[in-house]
Design a protein around this ligand. Sequence first.
Ligand code: NAD
Ligand code: ZN
Length: 363
Amino acid sequence: RELTVELGDRSYPIYIGQGILNQITEYFDRAKLSRKSPLLIVTDEEVAPLHLERVLTLLREGGYAVTACVVPAGETSKSLAQLEGIVSAALQAGLDRSSAIVALGGGVVGDLAGFAAASFMRGVRFVQIPTTILAHDSSVGGKVAVNHPMAKNIIGAFHQPEFVLFDIELLLTLPPRQVKAGLSEVIKHGLIWDAAFTQWCDDNAAKLLALDPEALSYALYIGCQVKAIVVSQDERENDLRAILNLGHTIGHALEAVAGYGELLHGEAIAIGMVGAAKLAQQFGYAEEIHEVTKGLFVKFGLPVQIPAHLDTDSIMSAMMHDKKFKEGTMVYIIPTEIGKVEIRKDVTEDQVRQIVELLKEES
Ligand code: NAD
Ligand code: ZN
């Protein structure tokens, strides 16, 4: 399957399929990447032993000069320190303005390598080879960033890749918890945009969880497509792009309070999406939205309640810290029916606090 992210002269293709990594040099050739300039692959310590050798071999057999830079796995690698490491590797490998940096990994590697590509020599070309389901989201849209100890994704840029090569065979080594968390973001793309796809996810949960190739490539295709449509209409997040944040207001706060790692991003936003559905109920929208949303996440084995030990005040102050509130109200994405959301600007702190309380597990 193939689709295009339409962004004028920065448009780029996303290739999704089983075993397509074998044609990697053809995709590089199609993007007119140069065999004369060295390539740098960025990956992490968990992905490297599983998939790096194969990618290096395929590219070298195809005549590309390529070296790799391996960073530790996990969110802490989205740092200026790791960025410096990548720049050192790029300089040692002799990268020049016609070179490309290739991200082989999940969203962490994608964001880090992408920011390296955006800033090294004021910008070199960038290729994404996602290895997580969640990366169907992070690899589309061109947002790249590293974290500062005080704030996530605060040092970043917009830098679109040349193409995204999504071989679902690379996903077969994912731990089950990462599979579920990645599917949470796929489901989100249904909930904000496409009722029929939401129903399809519900019907095909077992297949998706078992990484059935046909079901998975279809789901990733639709997920990428929804993101691509939204991003093409609003690359810089002036308005529409905000709908992608469904579940993220509470989700980000939960990640921050729980500590990254205890709750995965996909898990935190599943809880957040159930919260948004509860809020929709309070604004008078159909009760069915909440039932369907919660039912879906339960079916996918994702959490739908806030762990009892996370304190409501801390969650609320994490949202404040995120500068979500402006004069007592905040912008909030709430579902108005399955497959549709609205951007509300009148949600009050009290309303959000009430939702957080409602989401709490009985302790
Ligand atoms: P991740 O990159 O940390 O990957 C999760 C874990 O799975 C890691 O431990 C990794 O080593 C391991 N892993 C990756 N691929 C594997 C494979 N094929 N087999 C076995 N293990 C594998 O996390 P993620 O969930 O992919 O991405 C989260 C990041 O994405 C966050 O930093 C978030 O901010 C970012 N993100 C960015 C955007 C964007 O628009 N740029 C959007 C959403 C999320
Ligand atoms: Zn997200």
